[in-house]
Design a protein around this ligand. Structure first.
Ligand SMILES: [Zn+2]
Length: 355
């Protein structure tokens, strides 16, 4: 699932130009989506057998530059999806590695403990075509049992938490005179790269936590392929499957006309003047953020990240919309509010250490 933070422009500005020998030889031509899809099926990077050596390490040590096999898989995924970026393994500088380790060490112990079994590791590339990526890893029976996270080292290099969150939350809206949207996820003293990485990582960990847990339909199937007999309790709180149209619908769509036009990263579809009505609609849903309203998997990943960050780690999270310099609306995390009570109860059960 190519997810979070498509910082394509930032990547172009900051990523060093790859020389030909850095780029892997791919088994498919640049535009051959069909070949890429075929090559991704049963690819070694998604086979748990490939990860045995890594899995022998403690989870917090499973941080490394991406292997050639993993780089190839991500490149194939970009070809299959028509993304122009061609990733390469990143040199992981000591400062960035220290920030990633510190971001993990700072998580509540019970939260990090959820990932010892499920996470095969956090790997770094440059030229990902995003900041974060999580994918299934399958066992010999073809069941998704674990996941890997890939982060773009070049994109993370210069991030700070609030600037990154503000940039991300603005991407659905075209710039317009008078309107500004500011996201705040850290206090000024903690507004640094480590905490940008921590929030990005929490979102990806949310995707990993969903693996094998029947939280929402798997992201490697399309809506029309979803088995009607399988129950997805978290998904059911906000979504339905429209098999005929091969789409997921939110239960709030009738009162949330801006949702269909909410597209992050790839070019804004909403106008700046839509900020106020979009966030007014969002307050009548159980989505913890606007990004959560874009897809079932991201609803859960955003809910998990926001819950851990705000409730368990007592950090700030709010979006402020200003018009002509004056704050006109504030959207806060919904934990403790009736609108998110059902989701909160499910999250509390999920993150409770098993006894
Ligand atoms: Zn995501």
């Amino acid at each position: 699932m190519k997810i979070a933070a498509f910082l394509a422009v930032a990547a172009l500005l900051t990523a060093p130009t790859a020389s030909a020998q850095d780029l892997p030889q791919l088994p498919c031509a640049d535009a051959d989506k069909e070949c890429a899809r075929r090559a991704m099926k049963h690819h070694g990077a998604t086979d748990v057998a490939s990860w045995q050596a890594m899995l022998a390490l403690p989870a917090a040590e499973r941080i490394a530059p991406a292997t050639p096999q993993l780089v190839e898989y991500i490149a194939l995924d970009n070809i299959a999806n028509g993304y122009p970026e061609r990733p390469r393994a990143a040199r992981l500088d000591a400062g960035l590695l220290a920030d990633v380790k510190a971001a993990i060490a700072d998580l509540p112990t019970a939260i990090w403990a959820l990932f010892g079994e499920r996470l095969v590791g956090v790997y770094f590339v440059e030229g990902l075509g995003g900041t974060g990526y999580t994918e299934y890893v399958f066992d010999a029976q073809g069941r998704s049992v674990k996941g890997f996270i890939v982060l773009d080292a070049a994109v993370l290099a210069g991030q700070r938490a609030n600037a990154w969150a503000t940039w991300k939350e603005n991407t659905p809206f075209a710039p317009g005179p008078g309107y500004r949207l500011e996201a705040r996820i850290e206090t000024d003293g903690k507004d640094n790269r480590r905490n940008a990485i921590q929030y990005i990582l929490l979102h990806e960990l949310g995707h990993v936590l969903s693996i094998g847990a029947d939280i929402h339909p798997p992201w490697n199937l399309s809506p029309k392929q979803i088995d009607a007999a399988t129950k997805y309790p978290f998904f059911d709180l906000a979504w339905t499957v429209d098999r005929a149209a091969d789409k997921y619908r939110s239960r709030f769509d009738a009162n949330f006309p801006q949702r269909a036009g909410t597209v992050y990263y790839f070019g804004a579809k909403l106008a700046a003047a839509d900020m106020l009505p979009a966030y007014a609609s969002l307050k009548r849903t159980n989505f913890p953020s606007l990004y959560a309203a874009t897809a079932p998997g991201d609803d859960f990943a955003e809910s998990f990240a926001s819950y851990v960050h705000v409730v368990l780690m007592r950090r700030p999270w709010q979006v402020t919309i200003t018009r002509d310099g004056k704050p006109v609306d504030i959207f806060r995390a919904c934990w403790g509010e009736p609108r998110c009570a059902d989701k909160q109860r499910m999250l509390e059960r999920l993150v409770k250490p098993s006894s």
